[in-house]
Write a protein that binds this ligand. Structure first.
Ligand code: HEC
Length: 116
């Protein structure tokens, strides 16, 4: 009786079905998390970074520091370094997760580096 039930749990079709449903239901969870990260990154950029970039670049537009012709960031790893530098040098006190979200947002919005 017991051995019969235990065995039937490990039948391949049962296992596949379970995997299928776990897969299906995790898709919205992942995309929700990705969206939340982007929103968080955007919010942080707008509140903590934008104004200073607008002023320091002398362009009056905080986005243009990322897109100006001689911009400094030329790879994903340099983007991470630059965000970390602005964060620690200027004592903005971002948590590592927030820093990662800003990097993700800036890459998606402005830099478009692949392989990260
Ligand atoms: C108090 C002013 C100030 C604040 C606040 C600030 N930055 Fe900056 N940031 C600068 C200046 C100045 C530069 C230009 C440095 C240069 O050209 O060498 C810069 C450049 C950058 C660049 C490089 C742009 C490029 O491609 O050339 C990135 C990326 C960046 N900052 C990210 C951030 C992020 C993210 C934040 C907020 C979490 C932030 N910075 C907050 C002053 C600031």
């Amino acid at each position: 009786m017991f051995s019969f039930r235990a065995k039937s749990l490990f039948k391949p079709y049962f296992f596949k079905t379970i995997c299928f449903f776990i897969g299906i239901f995790s898709i919205p969870t992942f995309s929700y998390a990705a969206n939340a990260a982007l929103k968080n990154g955007k919010l942080i950029e707008e509140t903590k970074c934008y104004a200073c970039h607008a002023k320091k670049s002398g362009l009056g537009n905080g986005d243009m520091i990322y897109t100006r012709a001689d911009h400094k960031v030329t790879s994903y790893s340099r983007l991470k370094t630059m965000v970390a530098t602005c964060n620690s040098e200027l004592r903005l006190d971002l948590f590592p997760e927030d820093e990662a979200d800003v990097v993700h947002y800036l890459n998606q919005q402005f830099y478009h580096f692949k392989n990260n």
